[in-house]
Ligand binder design. Structure first.
Ligand code: IMP
Ligand code: MG
Length: 184
């Protein structure tokens, strides 16, 4: 067991399951975007880096990758409720782009709903949303992502890109963090 594994209470989604889920979503995207002339996977930094890179490698249709960075969380496990754009998408051909926003997890729903509205407002040809994990019990705004990997219970999870205070992103699985780590 490595130093960071000891902070994990339970493994919620293991590597085999993550492989199966990302394969399923990539197949759905392949099917739905086969006629798209300009699919852009919009990776939301930093939590979605692992999920996005896995999807890219499993897609068989042409795609581009691009990035935005938003912050809604402070340093802890509670969302501030405001979505701030820290890094914007910098391109002048949005009207030709089918944007697929790739998120690690949807919780209150604020981040994805804000980003989808923002990109439509900026004039993207189409905007859809994809999340690896969904905590439906936590929603405060009505929002249904177009692609969902797995629904999970209301627990704070880390790994596979997801962090607590910038740590644990490197874990190859999704694990529930021991509350003693953040309840100090
Ligand atoms: P929302 O705007 O409340 O839907 O929050 C989505 C963002 O909150 C995600 O992109 C994550 O960065 C963060 N988040 C929500 N739940 C968790 C969790 O269990 N672990 C790590 N980050 C989380
Ligand atoms: Mg995130």
């Amino acid at each position: 067991m490595s130093h960071i594994d000891k902070d994990i209470q339970t493994i919620l989604v293991n590597e085999t399951e993550l492989d199966r889920v990302t394969f399923r979503i990539a197949s759905e995207i392949d099917r739905d975007y086969k006629d798209s002339e300009h699919l852009v996977l919009l990776c939301i930094l930093k939590g979605s880096i692992v999920f996005t890179s896995e999807l890219m490698r499993k897609l068989t249709i042409p795609s581009e990758v691009d990035f935005m960075k938003v912050s809604s969380y402070g340093t802890g496990t509670i969302s501030s409720g405001h979505v701030n754009i820290v890094l914007d998408i910098l391109r002048d051909d949005l009207e030709k782009c089918d944007i697929l926003i790739i998120e690690d997890i949807i919780d209150s729903g604020r981040t994805l709903s804000y980003l989808a509205d923002y990109l439509r407002f900026k004039g993207a040809k189409s905007v859809k949303t994809c999340t690896l994990l969904d905590k439906p019990s936590r929603r405060t705004v009505e929002f249904e992502p177009d692609y969902v990997g797995l629904e999970i219970p209301d627990e704070f999870v880390v790994g596979y890109g997801l962090d607590y205070a910038e740590r644990y992103r490197q874990l190859p699985y999704i694990g529930i963090l021991k509350p003693s780590v953040y309840e100090k």
